[in-house]
Design a binder for this molecule. Structure first.
Ligand SMILES: [Zn+2]
Length: 239
């Protein structure tokens, strides 16, 4: 793969090989501004790669080193996601500065980059996630416009489109076995969502993160029939 070397001083050492890939958007007005920040020692943030809107791929941190992109996070029982993952920053102004569709050249490069990373490390499909999946209360990137379905069709990550199951939507404030089962399902998929049976604000954040990744047409934090059917469908894939 064609890479442009743009080393960042912001990394330390891994204790285990990566088994997860985390996708982000940069959330800054320009790609240049994002690159500057990700290479600024004072900012103490970085990623392994940055993918520009025109498809150029920059390498900031070698994969065998630990980049600083995930922060406080959780996936499948792991809290130190920086140690467990390779991080890809995709240039997009994000929800704060004018969220817009990811151009074709950029999407192709992200897909090629993910494929390339998977030739070197064992990364299962259920460990290809967004920043919002691993930090649902803090983050919303790469967001509902990222083409997860296309990435999955290219062989990377999970996607299902089961028929929507009828059933009353579950929303914040509700309690009971249905909420418990929903939280158990999210936990099994990988989210930090310990089953309590009470649909609290954290559960709403998890539902919204799930919807941004695996529903995309709505991300209101209400677990409607379609949202629940997709969660069950993903778990049936063996996630
Ligand atoms: Zn991020």
């Amino acid at each position: 793969m064609n890479m442009i070397e743009a080393p960042s001083p912001n990394f330390d050492f891994r204790t285990t090989p990566p088994d997860t890939i985390v996708l982000h958007y940069t959330g800054m007005e320009t790609g240049e501004a994002a690159m500057e920040r990700l290479r600024d020692p004072a900012a103490k943030v970085s990623s392994h790669y940055v993918v520009e809107e025109d498809g150029r791929v920059f390498r900031l941190v070698p994969e065998e080193r630990r980049a600083w992109h995930a922060g406080q996070s959780f996936w499948k029982g792991v809290r130190d996601i920086n140690t467990a993952s390779v991080g890809i920053e995709i240039v997009n102004p994000g929800h704060e500065f004018g969220y817009r569709p990811f151009p074709e050249a950029q999407v192709s490069s992200v897909i090629a980059l993910v494929a390339d990373i998977r030739t070197r490390w064992t990364v299962d499909d259920d460990r290809i996630v967004g920043h919002s999946d691993v930090a649902p209360e803090r983050k919303e990137d790469p967001g509902e416009l990222f083409p997860w379905k296309r990435l999955a069709e290219a062989g990377h990550g999970l996607w299902v489109e089961p028929p929507a199951a009828p059933g009353l939507p579950l929303a914040e404030g509700e309690e009971g076995a249905g909420v418990f089962a929903l939280q158990a399902g999210f936990t099994r998929l990988g989210y930090d969502c310990a089953p309590s049976g009470a649909f609290d604000a954290h559960t709403t954040a998890v539902v919204r993160a799930f919807q941004r990744h695996w529903v995309q047409t709505r991300f209101d934090g209400v677990a409607d029939g379609e949202t629940r059917a997709r969660l069950i469908g993903l778990l049936r894939l063996g996630a």
